[in-house]
Design a protein around this ligand. Structure first.
Ligand SMILES: [Zn+2]
Length: 478
């Protein structure tokens, strides 16, 4: 098999967007079924709106209006997913998917990977965490951000940290961008075989972003290749200036290569897998995104590797990808002795395989659950052809070759290259149909009752003044 260079992920005859919707929905429903079967509750986190609005006077009501729309979206998601899971498991009261607010942001606050990390986090001194954040974000100009270990601090910036048993940070790694190529020997074996088959639409697709005409832009960032975050190639230079490291990108070819982004927390997970110890965390260090919750790309990867994140969100996982190389990796000799690249590559291979096998299981179960709902009208008509095509596609998956083993997880990665909110993907794929399970008729509030703030009395928790101070987090105390 070679890479799919058509305009369609599944060849279903419908749009790539619907195909991406269905792929993500299958994986998400499959994971929800997995949790419910294990009698584990699952709660997704919503971040209250933190962007200042272009209205005069008090802006809080405008943010509250946006929050209420987001609440509705989260509630719809839970209704649909709970119907799919309860119907599939024939368990009317199976532990439901619920939603609530993201853990409150505070400078130096962290997402923990796994219950042991959450326990350790409780023992850490908040002042030390704020100090760590200050240290990680200190350098602010391109010229002094060129050393290995420097951190990306732009939009959506999070820094993965590995802490040892004493709670000391022994490694830090932020988001990296990698150019992914077909049959490339750029990546070390056996990780090169794990790349497998991907979808890279032809360069004539109208969804491609703008190439750069600016003389200021480095040649590597002249052309917009599939998966790039931001709709202009020129924006890549900004990401680099903000400290994001780019790998394998010296000859990006439009319509041939694509890019993927590996977030800090999975990078910390790789290191914990290598060392057989340590605790992975992620600290928010940007000035625009603060939610202390993992994206679904990271969530799937972390659960597959036994490090369930302390909170997850159903916002965007734009061009999320695992790593196929160890360049820029920051293993800790304090945590475990380093055997050149060998033990890192072995750890990456293991973690990637665990993830690919878990995703295959979730997608297959998700398809089965969605299939059962077609007759009762729970799948939107425009998404049915994509669901049928997905079912055929995954039938061929098995563990005999790296490419076949990675059919499901690579379809999920392909879906992530179609940039869209993850809750929207599910809500567009499914609608309320006949024979709803208890609570799934669209009237129930799937609000996590652990917290006291009810949506009906909800007011955006951030004052205008607090948000104005977000640029300098040291002034902020929430
Ligand atoms: Zn993530």
């Amino acid at each position: 098999m070679a890479w799919n260079r058509t305009g369609s992920i599944l060849g279903s005859g419908t749009s790539a967007e619907y195909e991406a919707d269905v792929i993500f929905t299958a994986a998400f429903v499959g994971l929800a079924a997995d949790f419910a079967r294990k009698n584990k509750p699952w709660r997704v986190a919503m971040e209250p709106e933190m962007t200042l609005k272009p209205v005069s006077g008090d802006q809080r009501p405008a943010r509250t209006t946006d929050d209420r729309k987001a609440m509705e979206k989260h509630n719809q998601l839970c209704t649909r997913v709970n119907q799919a899971v309860r119907n599939y498991l024939t368990a009317d009261n199976a532990k439901p998917l619920t939603w609530g607010f993201t853990p409150s942001f505070a400078a130096g606050g962290m997402i923990a990977g796994g219950p042991a990390a959450s326990q350790l986090d409780l023992t850490l001194d908040a002042a030390f965490k704020q100090f760590a954040r200050k240290y990680l974000t200190n350098a602010k100009t391109p010229t002094n951000r060129t050393d290995v270990g420097d951190m990306y601090i732009g939009r959506g910036a999070y820094c993965g940290l590995v802490l040892d048993e004493q709670g000391d940070a022994v490694s830090a790694m932020s988001t990296v961008r990698t150019t992914i190529k077909e049959n490339s020997q750029l990546y070390p074996a056996p990780l090169n075989g794990q790349v497998g088959d991907r979808w890279c639409p032809p360069s004539t697709s109208p969804k491609y972003g703008e190439d750069s005409t600016s003389a200021q832009t480095a040649p590597v960032n002249k052309s917009w290749i599939w998966g790039m975050i931001g709709d202009k190639a020129a924006m890549q230079q900004d990401l680099q200036n903000q400290g994001m490291k780019f790998y394998m990108g010296s000859d990006n070819r439009k319509g041939t290569d694509l890019v993927g982004y590996t977030h800090g927390l999975p990078r910390a997970v790789y290191e914990c897998v290598r060392a057989h110890k340590g605790h992975p965390y992620e600290m928010s260090i940007g000035a625009q995104t603060f939610k202390l919750a993992s994206c679904m790309g990271c969530t799937f990867f972390m659960i597959a590797n036994g490090f369930e994140p302390s909170a997850s969100h159903v916002g965007r996982s734009e061009s999320w990808a695992p790593l196929y190389h160890v360049q820029g990796n920051n293993p800790s000799p304090v945590l475990a002795p380093i055997d050149k690249d060998h033990d890192q590559i072995a750890a990456f291979e293991l973690a990637n395989n665990r993830w690919s096998d878990a995703v295959a299981g979730w997608i297959k179960e998700g398809i089965a659950a969605l299939d059962l709902l077609i007759a009762d009208g729970w799948i939107t008509d425009n998404h049915k052809p994509a669901l049928a095509a997905l079912k055929i596609k995954v039938a061929d998956t098995n563990q005999t070759t790296p490419a076949k083993r990675r059919i499901c997880c690579n379809l999920l990665l392909d879906a992530f290259t179609w940039h869209k909110g993850d809750a929207d993907r599910v809500n567009d794929t499914m609608k309320i149909g006949a024979r709803p399970k208890p609570g799934c008729d669209g009237t129930k509030l799937w609000w996590d009752t652990d917290t006291t703030t009810r949506p009906d009395t909800f007011l955006n928790p951030y004052t205008d003044d607090q948000l104005k101070k977000l640029g300098d987090l040291n002034q902020l105390s929430l």
